[in-house]
Every structure is written in C-alpha cells, then in structure tokens.
Design a protein. Structure first.
Length: 168
C-alpha cells in the first residue's frame, strides 16, 4: 500500500463523512459510510496505490494511457529545463488541486448518483415478490441504472442468480 493508501485507510472515512456533510448536506450512517469508503477505494485509491507501487494495468499493453490521474499529476512536475519561477512548491499545489478535484468528482458520483440509484433498485428488488410470487421478476416503475446493482444486491443477500427478468 502506498502512502496515499495508508492515509486513506486511516483517515478516509472521516474525510468522506465530513466532505459529504460539508459539500452536499449528506449525513452517512455507518453502513453507508463503509460502502462509500469501499467504492472510493475501488474507483480511485486503488489506481493511485497501484501507480505508486509500480503496478501496471495489464501486461503487454498495446497503448499507454496518458490521461489518467497519475499522468495528469505527473505533468505538474517541473521539467528539467523549467524556468526558476516554476517551483516545486507551486507545482505541488497544482497537483493537489487536480487530486482534490478528482476525489470530489468520484465521491460526488458515488454519493449523489450511485447511492440514490442503488436505493431505487434495492426497493424494487425487495418488492419483487409482490410483483410475481416466484421472486424471479423485478418491476421498476422508475428508471435507474440497475444491472450492476442487481448483482451487488444478490451478493449482499446471498441470493446469486435469483433474479431472472427485470421489467421497466
């Protein structure tokens, strides 16, 4: 685990809870906070950890991804021939701003987009037996992205493969 991963491991939950409350007025209970913490790790921190530890995305890559977070931050390092006005301190502040923006975009997506969609799908999943007694059909009267959530919910409830059809 890189230094970013260690900082996240020890302070991530507190940072997430405070950021959600301060920026969007969202209070996360312990269960939701843990879910957000895990999703943020998978969606953002794991990438940073891997890059910091020299782990590549895949072996024998046919192209190099130069637009990711690590590349964008690396571009803030002063070039060998940069003017003396381009100090490491100034560039570090720019790098921090990029990382902060990425962190908040990721967190916002999870808290304000992902979680509400999950709640809609979970409610439809929980009510599926009211729609059809087999429990294998789920009806959603309101659209939300559902495919990934169904698998997540089935795993949480230890019911893999229970749902066979979804009607919207």
């Amino acid at each position: 685990m890189s230094s970013a991963g260690l900082v996240y491991k020890h302070f991530g939950r507190e940072i997430i809870a405070n950021a959600c409350q301060d920026n969007w007025g969202v209070t996360l209970d312990e269960n939701r906070l843990e879910k957000v913490f895990q999703k943020m790790y998978k969606k953002l921190i794991l990438e940073v950890d891997a890059l910091d530890n020299g782990v590549s995305e895949a072996e024998n890559m046919k192209y190099y991804i130069s637009t990711g977070l690590g590349s964008r931050i690396a571009r803030t390092n002063p070039e060998w021939n940069a003017p003396s006005t381009k100090t490491q301190h100034k560039q570090f502040k720019k790098a921090m701003k990029i990382a902060e923006e990425e962190f908040f975009w990721c967190l916002r997506g999870i808290v304000l987009v992902h979680m509400p969609a999950y709640n809609i799908v979970r409610a439809a999943f929980d009510a599926r037996e009211q729609f059809h007694p087999s429990g294998e059909l789920m009806f959603m009267d309101r659209f939300a992205p559902w495919k990934d959530f169904v698998f997540e919910i089935e795993k949480e409830l230890e019911m893999p493969g229970k749902l066979k059809f979804m009607i919207s």
